[in-house]
Design a protein around this ligand. Structure first.
Ligand code: SAH
Ligand code: SF4
Ligand code: F3S
Length: 468
């Protein structure tokens, strides 16, 4: 299978040429334009927003941190749950007022909501103040959208129905010099029955390993200390390339680069996370011993209905093997409560899996039916109140476990990356990604340092610098 295509260089150059034209347009009007980008959803969207900002800067815009008075507003949206969409529609409504106060404001909507035809129809009909809409596969054509909106004053809607392609070489504006997201692949082929992502982000497309390594090398040379590789299912990296590289090979190659840095990655799908991945993680000190391995449900019956392609036993086997080769592994996960047809017995299997695995942290979600996905039309007899009760019971169990695990850190000295400050304290991350607050001089930001953990709560740790 070798199907991923790259956007031709000439097509990208044409977009960058449009950036120049837009910059000239503003110069001609004697104005330095400003732009605001608002991001919803996951790290993939954060990474995409950095590219959108990169393109805006190329077009001569200065990035500001609010919509009021901005000449361009870009909403990079998330469609994962109904609540996420409602928030976007609410905030989009409010932009009517900012536009009234600044009639030249141009409003754009992109991201996963823009990949849904029903949403685009609604925007066309009921949100006339939105000037441009483009889906995630069309992000690289944003200059074209912006140019057409500015020069014609007409509304522009772009959507790509095909599998999508890879656009290399887009400009990026990163906000943190120490930490970087690096997308290694886009899209998803898994079609979990509850999930909208494969419908809105197209098929799995992997970047060429050389391109990823080049980006990582440049980041490390610029002082970046933490690289997080991103993909909906990083373990299927390379399957579409026919290059003989899998995700473990890519990890090993990045971990062999010179420099002082850590690699993280997300998300791993349990179906494809096998021994080779865990052995690779164990073998390279630069790969953080941290794994986000969503289980979604502890019931094999529900996992089958979710189309997850693993069962409870296989999941637990993977976790046991990972821990056998990485005893200190920090493990986090995602879980959905209230999938259609989930019984009390299924739910108790979820609780028992949590008790057995003892995650460091969990991201917990109430099932939200997404129009067009198979699970949205399954019978769902469990009342909402019962689902909420289950949700609360699960959170209570997990919070107690997180707190116990955090308390066991107290008294240990860990190498942490000092990564910023919060009021008069420094912040740091353990190798496992746990947040530590500590006192210390600002000039330590950007270095790895030994930190003695002195206190713990459910969510974070406190500590002090150990002089090395
Ligand atoms: N690709 C990642 C997850 C992407 S979405 C993976 O496969 O693990 C992040 C999380 O949102 C999912 O892991 C799932 O727990 C949750 N999620 C996705 N669709 C959902 C829905 N319809 N309702 C509730 N939670 C959902
Ligand atoms: Fe959604 Fe499943 Fe793909 Fe994750 S693997 S993005 S949950 S379809
Ligand atoms: Fe949301 Fe799209 Fe990410 S739906 S969670 S922003 S991939």
């Amino acid at each position: 299978m070798n199907q991923t295509t790259q956007i031709p260089e000439t097509a990208l150059e044409a977009q960058l040429a449009l950036c120049g034209r837009i910059a000239a347009y503003w110069q001609g009007r004697g104005k330095a334009p400003t732009a605001y980008v608002e991001t919803y959803g996951c790290q993939q969207n954060e990474a995409d927003s950095q590219r959108i900002r990169g393109l805006l800067v190329q077009c001569g815009y200065r990035i500001v941190d609010g919509a009021e008075g901005a000449d361009a507003v870009v909403m990079n949206t998330c469609a994962i749950r109904e609540h996420a969409e409602q928030r976007v529609f609410g905030n989009l409504g409010a932009l009517q007022h900012t536009k009234r106060r600044h009639p030249e404001q141009k409003i754009f909507l992109c991201g996963c909501m823009a990949g849904q035809r029903t949403v685009v129809e609604r925007l066309k009909k009921s949100y006339p103040h939105v000037d441009g809409v483009f889906d995630p596969q069309e992000l690289w054509r944003f200059p074209e959208v912006l140019d057409r909106v500015l020069t014609t004053g007409k509304r522009v809607f772009l959507s790509e129905e095909g599998p999508g392609a890879i656009a290399e070489g887009l400009p990026v504006v990163r906000d943190d010099p120490l930490k970087a997201w690096v997308s290694i692949m886009y899209g998803c082929n898994n079609f979990c029955t509850y999930c909208i992502v494969p419908y809105v982000r197209g098929r799995e497309r992997s970047r060429q390993p050389e391109e990823i390594l080049k980006e990582c090398r440049e980041l490390i040379a610029s002082g970046c200390r933490e690289i997080t590789l991103l993909g909906q299912n990083v373990n299927s990296y390379g399957k579409d390339l026919d290059r003989g590289w899998d995700f473990s090979d890519l990890l090993a190659a990045i971990a062999s680069l010179d420099g002082e840095f850590l690699i993280r990655f997300m998300t791993s799908h349990p179906r494809d996370a096998g021994k080779k991945l865990f052995d690779t993680m164990a073998a390279y000190p630069k790969i953080a011993k941290q794994l986000h391995l969503p289980f979604q449900s502890g019931s094999s019956r529900i996992l089958k209905a979710m189309n997850r392609h693993y069962d409870r036993e296989a999941y637990l086997r993977a976790v046991d093997y990972a821990r056998s080769v990485m005893p200190g592994l920090v493990l986090t996960s995602d879980v959905i409560v209230g999938f259609p047809g989930e019984t009390e017995a299924d739910f108790e299997e979820t609780l028992s899996l949590i008790s057995r695995v003892r995650y460091d942290a969990l991201f917990t979600f109430l099932f939200s039916p997404r129009p067009g996905t198979p699970a949205a039309s399954l019978p769902d007899p469990t009342p909402k109140e019962e689902k909420s009760r289950r949700f609360d019971r699960l959170c209570e169990l997990q919070n107690a476990i997180s707190e116990e695990i955090h308390r066991a850190y107290v008294g240990r000295t860990l190498t942490c990356l000092i990564d910023g400050r919060e009021k008069d304290l420094l912040t740091a991350r353990t190798e496992g990604g746990r947040l530590v607050r500590l006192e210390g001089p600002e000039d330590r930001i950007g270095s790895f340092a030994p930190v003695l953990i002195t206190g713990a709560t459910t969510w974070s740790l406190t500590g002090r610098l150990e002089e090395s």
